[in-house]
Design a protein around this ligand. Structure first.
Ligand code: SF4
Length: 386
């Protein structure tokens, strides 16, 4: 079924972003503004929001709910709340609503999917489910089921607790399989150390995050045949490095002849994530003085866009919106996840080259406001009327 996203696109449109997207860069006063050729709303987000619009038209008179959020962007979620869509979990949850769901309710499953337990519960309550799960998110689901059938434990390059990875983990658990989640190449190194016999199972357990292991997993029994997948929005270059490192560890442990039997690797990074990261890297190569990466602080693909910039030696900051930009800069630290406030963050040199990009769940309008904010702060841009 095709969904018309034109209404959503119009709601979140920014003329400034459209212009910059078309030309790539623009000099305004002493600022050179740069924009990658791929950024912002992805196909899956467009589709999810269009499905919500369609559901509102179809079931407008019935109570409508989101499990937690439709996508990881506070602005978009706030807009949906204003339209009367309630939240069942999280900071804006309506107390008791989850327990009281009934067949008159409509529940929207987000683009990043839901756990098997939640889907079962929704069916039991008899609600109407509007499932906006992105088809790209289904890809790791299908691959992990294949691994399971072939007797492999799944290694997920992902974030423990992220809804997409939680859904994948619950699927594996529900089918009686096992998984290990590794967040980074450093965590993969710990797992590789165990596979190579350099560290023991206790060290492995103590040095990965809580929730990284499937319940009941035995390192001796379940880390023999491994299949790697990725949460769709991870840093693609890191996913490849993790796959290679684990392959290398198994080769050391079992010998090259056994690799075919004991190792699988399948790239499940989504196209939009890959395109946005490649485009962000191309702009980072132009060595901007500052790179502002706009998106919800809980947005995985936005976090990784900021890491792309940093890895290429560019001062990249993950910010949530226009309120973050001014004399002080509010941003999320790329590794610790802390929200920090920096002073004297903008280099004094002029002209100043500033690049911008935005996560797959960031509306153009929000990015446009960030650019306007910076322009206002620097004070060198004529107003629209001029
Ligand atoms: S970022 Fe990728 S997986 Fe996520 S909604 Fe967009 S297209 Fe789908």
């Amino acid at each position: 079924m095709k969904f018309d996203n034109s209404e959503v696109r119009l709601t979140y449109r920014s003329e400034l972003v459209e212009e910059l997207r078309a030309v790539g860069s623009k000099t305004v006063g002493e600022l050179e503004l740069l924009l990658p050729n791929s950024l912002g709303f992805c196909w899956g987000v467009d589709r999810a929001l269009a499905m919500v619009e369609a559901a509102r038209r179809e079931h407008g008179d019935r109570p409508m709910w989101l499990i937690s959020s439709i996508i990881h962007n506070p602005r978009v979620n706030a807009d949906l709340r204003e339209q009367g869509i309630g939240f069942l979990r999280g900071r804006h949850a309506i107390k008791g609503a989850w327990e009281q769901l009934n067949p008159n309710d409509v529940v929207i499953v987000p683009a990043f999917s839901a756990t098997v337990e939640d889907m079962t519960y929704l069916r039991q309550r008899g609600v109407t489910v509007v499932d906006t799960t992105c088809p790209w998110v289904i890809k790791p689901h299908k691959r992990t089921l294949k691994y399971l059938k072939e007797g492999f434990t799944t290694i997920i390059h992902g974030t423990v607790g992220h809804e997409e990875t939680a859904a994948t983990c619950s699927l594996i658990e529900s089918e009686g399989g096992h998984y290990v989640v590794v967040y980074s190449i450093e965590e993969a190194e710990v797992l590789a150390g165990y596979l190579e016999g350099v560290v023991d199972a206790n060290y492995l357990r103590d040095n990965l995050r809580e929730g990284s292991f499937s319940p009941g997993i035995s390192a001796d029994r379940d880390l023999i045949r491994l299949g790697v997948i990725n949460q769709t929005t991870m840093l693609a270059s890191e996913s490849r490095a993790i796959g290679d490192r684990l392959k290398n560890a198994l080769e050391k442990r079992d010998g090259a002849a056994k690799l075919e039997d004991n190792f699988r690797d399948f790239d499940t990074i989504c196209r939009a994530t890959q395109d946005n990261q490649d485009a962000a890297a191309a702009v980072a190569a132009l060595k901007p003085d500052v790179y502002l990466v706009v998106g919800g602080y809980d947005s995985s693909n936005t976090k990784n866009l900021a890491r792309v910039g940093r890895r290429l030696g560019v001062p990249a900051y993950h910010i949530e919106g226009p309120h973050c930009v001014g004399e002080q800069l509010e941003h999320r630290h790329r590794e610790s996840g802390e929200i920090l406030v920096e002073t004297a963050w903008l280099p004094a040199k002029r002209p100043l080259k500033v690049a911008f990009t935005a996560g797959a769940s960031t509306p153009d309008a929000l990015l446009g406001e960030v650019i306007d904010s910076l322009v206002d702060y620097v004070g060198k841009i004529p107003t629209k009327a001029e």
